[in-house]
Write a protein of this length. Sequence first.
Length: 259
Amino acid sequence: MNPYTTATAQEAGWIWNIPLFGRIGTGYVYASDYCSPEEAERTLRAHVGPAADDLEANHIRMRIGRSERSWVNNCVAIGLSSGFVEPLESTGIFFIQNAIEQLVKHFPAAGDDEGLRAAYNRQVGNVMDGVREFLVLHYYAAERADNQYWKDTKTRPMPDSLAERIEQWKTKLPDSETIFPNYHGFESYSYIAMLLGLGGIKTAPTAALGLFDYTSAKAEFALVKDQAKQEVDRLPSQYEYFAHLRRLTPEERAQPLVA
């Protein structure tokens, strides 16, 4: 049982695998302009294998976008009623949490307050727009271009601000000053991991780093790798951990499994 979700690129999108204790949740997010529902189901079943033979596929049409104003008069849209973007980064719960926190911060003392309502709408809108930029990067920055779908991901229009940032990142990796300027839940290191991992945009580190001696850094990386291996050998597997929790009382679950 893997302790992480896996996203695997496909001919017209990507397939997610989420390992749970009793099952594995799997789905195919695809672009209908490049793939029919029947083709998508065949791709998904081939990916899952024999375990999917007796299961029915649930076809869901995604409505992508956000409300221009999530708070209107005395009604506030939270979660999917406010907006939805592609699920690649699993931000649904984050959007709900952020909206609730912002509602508490902007809740009027009494009556109606248009200023608070407008500020709330700006913050919620900025969060979704920032996540949208980060998601666009997943496709634009991917090195893959072996069919029309993946070729088109490099030529679709993108926000002007993102195009400018990408040009900056080609000569200097992202930092807190060059990513989407408003809070949207992702830090600069997430952008760095995405760009380096996808490989479609050639980037460069800060030029001054070329003047440093790498000896100390390499020693630190080796230490981290060794410590990680020790933890893997010492700790229980993901399945063992959850199986243990199922046998515990709520009071016992508060105690660490490994001292």
